[in-house]
Design a protein around this ligand. Sequence first.
Ligand SMILES: Nc1ncnc2c1ncn2[C@@H]1O[C@H](COP(=O)(O)OP(=O)(O)O)[C@@H](O)[C@H]1O
Ligand SMILES: [Mg+2]
Length: 276
Amino acid sequence: MTANLQGTLNLTGSQPDRHIYQMDKEKHEIALSTKELQVAYGNNVALQNADLSFERFKITSLIGASGSGKSTFLRSLNRMNDDVATVGGQIMYRGLDINSHDIDVYEMRKHIGMVFQRPNPFAKSISDNITFALKQHGMHDKKKLAEIVETSLKQAALWDEVKDDLKKSALSLSGGQQQRLVIARAIAMKPDILLLDEPASALDPISSSKIEDTLMELKKHYTIIIVTHNMQQASRISDYTAFFHAGEVIEYDLTRKIFTRPKVQLTIDYVNGNFG
Ligand SMILES: Nc1ncnc2c1ncn2[C@@H]1O[C@H](COP(=O)(O)OP(=O)(O)O)[C@@H](O)[C@H]1O
Ligand SMILES: [Mg+2]
């Protein structure tokens, strides 16, 4: 399913239609990259010099101790920090700097979706959770909406559990089911990139493992960037891992290298459980 990669991208008021996405046939295609990303909350610089490139259709984990800047980094990628922080540097997506002032943030978030730590379904039915934003964007074809509900729930591995009662309130689902519903809601928008901030940390081990399985399936269609403080989880599911410490990216490499042969002493200490 690569329909979301086709066509033109128009995220800005000032540069319409000039940025036609070219599907890169190279193996290491970059979906998103940051250049000298810096985030300050008032005088507190919470992130600096963050240069990371994220490979398409891979899972990248962001690990590091609490307060190291993982969420700050992730939230900046879809402009969630605009109101609370000063965000400098570039975030390149399909040839556009989506950190620039003339980006249509609302439009951009259709391409770069976000899932938070605590499941946050709307107090609506299961199907309405998924169709809500689509209707807001002007889609009213009932058959098409029903199709998207089904495919999104299937991709989020929730369909079998809810298909007989799609009108049931989302709030009646378990925490793990709610989180998969929120993932389904995000992918219904057909984003390119899915950002997840500790999506399984509030869940029991079985629900958490279902989320992991779901993400492994989803990477066939989406580029996934996930914050986790669970190193086992990072090593199980991710292709690449970036280690954050005190607001900087200390080391970024293939996950197996980070966990078996890290190069930097801070990373060695962290993955060996010496701090954090
Ligand atoms: N909304 C905010 N306002 C002020 N400071 C914040 C805010 N969010 C995070 N910070 C600060 O930024 C630093 C990094 O936090 P965060 O990105 O949440 O770390 P992590 O996700 O790695 O635990 C911390 O010092 C934290 O206190
Ligand atoms: Mg965090």
